[in-house]
Design a protein around this ligand. Sequence first.
Ligand code: MN
Length: 337
Amino acid sequence: MKKFSTLLCAVLISASFIYAQHSLPPLNYAYTALQPYIDAQTMEIHYSKHHQAYVNNLNKALEGSRAAALPIDELLIAAERRGADIRNNGGGHYNHTLFWEILSPTPKKAPTGALSTAINETFTSLDSLKKAMNAGAAARFGSGWVWLYVNPAKKLAVCTSPNQDNPIMDASGEHRGIPVLGIDVWEHAYYLQYQNRRNDYLQYVWEVIDWAAVEKKYEAALKSPLLKLIEKDTWTELKQFHTVMAQTFHPMEDGNLTPIKTRSAEMVAKAKAVKTGNTPASFRTPEINKAIDELVMGSEALHKLVTSKAKDNKIVDSLTKLHDTFHVIQGLCSDDH
Ligand code: MN
């Protein structure tokens, strides 16, 4: 029995490893299906060569990493911090998956319902939205994408990105959110048919963009917990506190109190910065404010213990309590209130 459960464990572990691999999603139409707007050869090379290469290189970059278990969108929140291989290939995989999904040989030609209302509210009309996206895409130097995305305030916005970046990524600065429509403006997306005429491609690609698919992405984005994760990632002061906490708490767990004894004043300063800093809009709640006050008081108490040369076990207790308080804030930010 023991042998059997060991074997079962081994099978499950290797199975979960296989499932953690990213893979090329199915294309729901033939390579020829988007003609005359996108030619078959472009579709075939774009999907079976370019996209496949992003998937392969992403899996290679993730090999042996705990990040391999993350869904692709969560992985990309920290794309810049994870390095160029994951940023470029993870972005390439996510972006192309979205692109294939919003293209269709039988597209819904215009949005209706909530998405249509939101587009009119932000851009006055569908036509002005298309113009804004085409102007951005035409002006994007070199390779990149143009995006319609939902920001953490749940509003629509447009931006462009270089290479395979997208608004989910930390690399995207103030343009953070969940993409609902993206147009690939790499030359590999249009050069065989349109050569250097990017504007012609940008004019005709709208003929195969399926607004039914974009509507679905919009509804999903508004409800997605990912939006809160992205918003939390824009909270610089909390991230900086987290860094000091991680660099003092984990050594303490291994019995090394030197980091906290030398950095307790810095911890107080970072906690105060969280309190006075720029808290993202949806985290300005009474519960989070209260926990931030506790974070400041807790770090001051810890600093007092360190400077008065209190016994190690008191410092350990105090840092452990402060770590708990920090995780209360993290938890409140992640819950979908
Ligand atoms: Mn592409």
